[in-house]
Design a protein around this ligand. Structure first.
Ligand SMILES: [Zn+2]
Ligand SMILES: [Zn+2]
Length: 280
């Protein structure tokens, strides 16, 4: 009882700042970081609903408007690139873009639509260095992972690497931060996933390409061509690989990574990102 009274007083005196829109808000009694316990994580992961997972995991960090603003990626989607179709009527099928420009990866899936709230939390993590967001967002990503893959059928999980210059500026690779705790989460949920399945060394970004923002699909493709290379090609031979990134925009970066990995002898490369843009 005293604990709850204490927490209520703390919340009233020190409201939280929404990590997306910046307003001050009072977290509800289930909304403190301390109260994100194993039950909440288990419910979020086994709910098979990214909307529920996002809300329950992000409550301590977001005001009520922002936590309700998340849009999960739901069928009908492109069975290749995972883009959500605006029409809610059809079955999953391959989109025109994937037919016109065949991909090097097997399939790509994402947790949510890259809308205002997901963009703001990803920017808060990447550009404002609010790395406390990596843990709940990583759990959300894990939820999408087990909804679409059998963890036993993935040999290596590789975060899309940053160029060393960008890495030094930022101090971290957000794609790696999202999956860093996966072996621990998996263990507590009864899945097998070892630390060695997460690999940051096999693939490197050998050319600094600068920002992709503002470039169209063709220019993005040109910009990332041959920007990645294999550091350790023996590691990926015959392996079933899952590539991780924060946002799928045109897919140019992730597809170039897949091309290099497949050329190096990988058996299959799939893709998982936190957010996926909607095509205009
Ligand atoms: Zn907000
Ligand atoms: Zn597609």
């Amino acid at each position: 009882m005293l604990h709850y009274i204490g927490e209520a007083i703390i919340n009233a005196v020190f409201p939280s700042k929404c990590h997306a829109c910046g307003i001050l808000f009072k977290p509800d009694q289930h909304g403190t970081i301390k109260s994100i316990n194993n039950t909440i994580i288990r419910d979020a992961i086994f709910s098979a609903s990214e909307q529920f997972s996002f809300k329950s995991l992000m409550t301590p960090f977001l005001c009520s408007t922002c936590s309700h603003d998340f849009l999960p990626v739901e069928s009908p989607i492109c069975s290749k690139c995972g883009i959500m179709f605006t029409s809610r009527e059809a079955d999953d099928h391959i989109c025109g873009e994937c037919i016109d420009s065949p991909k090097n990866y097997g399939k790509a899936r994402s947790s949510g639509i890259y809308n205002r709230v997901l963009m703001q939390v990803i920017h808060a993590l990447k550009y404002k260095g609010l790395i406390e967001l990596a843990s709940p967002l990583g759990m959300l990503l894990f939820c999408t992972f087990i909804n679409h893959w059998d963890p036993q059928k993935i040999d290596l999980i590789i975060p899309v690497p940053l160029h060393i210059k960008r890495f030094r500026q930022r101090g971290f690779n957000q794609a790696f931060l999202l999956i860093r705790k996966w072996p621990l989460i998996a263990k507590s949920m009864g899945f097998m996933l070892s630390d060695t399945q997460i690999n940051r060394d096999a693939l490197v970004k050998s050319r600094n390409t600068g920002h992709q923002t503002g470039l169209d699909r063709t220019d993005r493709k040109k910009n990332v061509k041959n920007a990645f290379s294999l550091h350790c090609s023996g590691l990926i031979k015959e392996k079933r690989i899952l590539l991780i990134d924060d946002v799928y925009t045109t897919g140019a970066t992730i597809d170039e990574c897949a091309r290099i990995l497949m050329r190096g002898g990988a058996q299959n490369v799939d893709v998982l990102t936190l957010a996926h843009t909607m095509r205009p």
